[in-house]
Write a new protein. Structure first.
Length: 405
């Protein structure tokens, strides 16, 4: 969990300054869209295969190598200005994201199940995410207050921290893996399980909508803040509004998920995303932009804990990294297309056009999730029946998922 917090700190700081940093190289909005799209596309291509590899060879090994690849990405961002090198760095980051995407939560969830008779994965994922955001707030505040000019220094430090996290993961922590017979087994079995599970499809849609919204958000808010007169080194200070909201919503999921119901958290998360974009579109000025960041963070903060919590209950233990990677890859298809398109939209219609796309994604997702509400409610009811029957006490993720479906 501490390694996830460390990696999350570096990733969050990158998201807080990355757009402004790359635009200062200088990079056009279209080239920036390619940088982000390459990251998403490469992650999409490698997501499922690296999930299979994690189940086959060991989840911590793949996780450790993934954050090492991201460390190299940060080194290239810090040291080079040539656009082709930035494309290479973004691609390496995509490989790293793919390796982390399915392996980390599968590794963490399996350790929790192995060590605890009654695992509380909603607390594990919710509190880890909340702690990551709290630590990221401290880092962002420190950068915004102390650093006056050299944004590249942040990337040098982040590369060192990610390298340290990789070393610790690969050397001192226990590993776990699936019990399949080979990579083909994991591939075929995971695809079959996904095709037969409406809940896995539903969770993929939940993740896809959030990725699409975030693609717009990350391309929009930093240039808009600069247009309002904020200096680049102050961007992390503004970003703390989103981080604080994400920490709050992650914590609320950790303590209320079983009482309120994860399905309600899904709907509330997308409502917050839509409201956040609404503030950005209809309320010009830094205060409204800050309010939009806060509402967006409320929605974004609870999406990942609830996704990994639900997914850990509905996928078999032996296929956990592969299944998470497959659902992640499905969502990445949407994010890749969105990011590429948003870069062009900004060049043609300006930043306001991008914000309106984000608002449309939020409202459209609310409608789609409303139509899918019966599926979420049925899943909640199925989990409640299993809990009453004692099916979730110490059982595997596969047992829970099979009973529900």
């Amino acid at each position: 969990m501490l390694l996830k917090v460390l990696a999350g700190l570096c990733g969050t700081i990158n998201l807080g300054i990355g757009t402004a940093f790359l635009l200062a190289k200088p990079v056009s909005y279209f080239e920036l869209g390619i940088v982000y799209s390459l990251n998403l596309f490469v992650s999409l291509v490698f997501d499922f295969p690296t999930g299979n590899l994690a189940d086959l060879l060991g989840r911590k090994k793949v996780f450790g190598l993934g954050i090492a690849a991201i460390a190299v990405q940060y080194l290239l961002f810090a040291g080079f200005r040539a656009v082709p090198v930035l494309y290479l760095a973004s691609s390496l980051g995509g490989v790293g994201d793919a390796m982390i995407g399915g392996s980390l939560e599968a590794w963490l969830g399996e350790e929790e199940r192995r060590r605890t008779p009654t695992p509380k994965l909603h607390r594990v994922f919710g509190l880890t995410r909340s702690l990551t955001n709290l630590v990221s707030i401290a880092g962002s505040l420190a950068i915004g207050v102390l650093l006056k000019a050299n944004l590249a220094l942040i990337y040098w430090v982040a590369a060192g921290l990610m390298g340290l996290a990789s070393l610790l993961a690969l050397t001192i922590l226990p590993d776990n893996r699936g019990a399949g017979r080979g990579a083909t087994h994991f591939t075929v079995a995971t695809i079959k399980a996904f095709a037969r599970s409406p809940v896995q499809v539903f969770l993929s849609l939940v993740l896809a909508g959030s990725f699409a919204a975030y693609s717009v958000f990350v391309m929009y808010w930093q240039p808009q803040a600069l247009a309002y007169g904020m200096t680049p080194t102050r961007l992390p200070l503004l970003y703390t509004a989103s981080l604080a909201a994400a920490a709050l919503s992650s914590y609320l999921y950790a303590i209320l998920a079983r009482r309120v119901g994860s399905g309600r958290f899904v709907y509330a998360a997308y409502l917050a995303l839509a409201v956040g974009f609404g503030f950005m579109v209809f309320g010009p000025g830094l205060p409204w932009l800050g309010a939009g960041l806060f509402c967006f963070g409320l929605g974004w903060g609870s999406v990942f804990p609830l996704f990994y919590d639900w997914a850990s209950d509905v996928v078999p233990s032996d296929l956990r990294a592969s299944a998470l990677s497959l659902m992640h890859a499905v969502a990445m298809v949407v994010a890749t297309l969105t990011t590429t398109g948003v870069g062009k939209v900004i060049e043609v219609w300006g930043l306001a056009g991008a914000a309106r796309i984000g608002l449309g994604i939020g409202v459209g997702a609310l409608i789609l999730l409303g139509l899918s509400w019966k599926l979420a409610a049925a899943w909640e009811a199925g989990r409640g029946v299993e809990a009453a029957a004692g099916g979730s006490g110490g059982g595997t993720g596969g047992g829970n998922g099979g009973g529900m479906e």
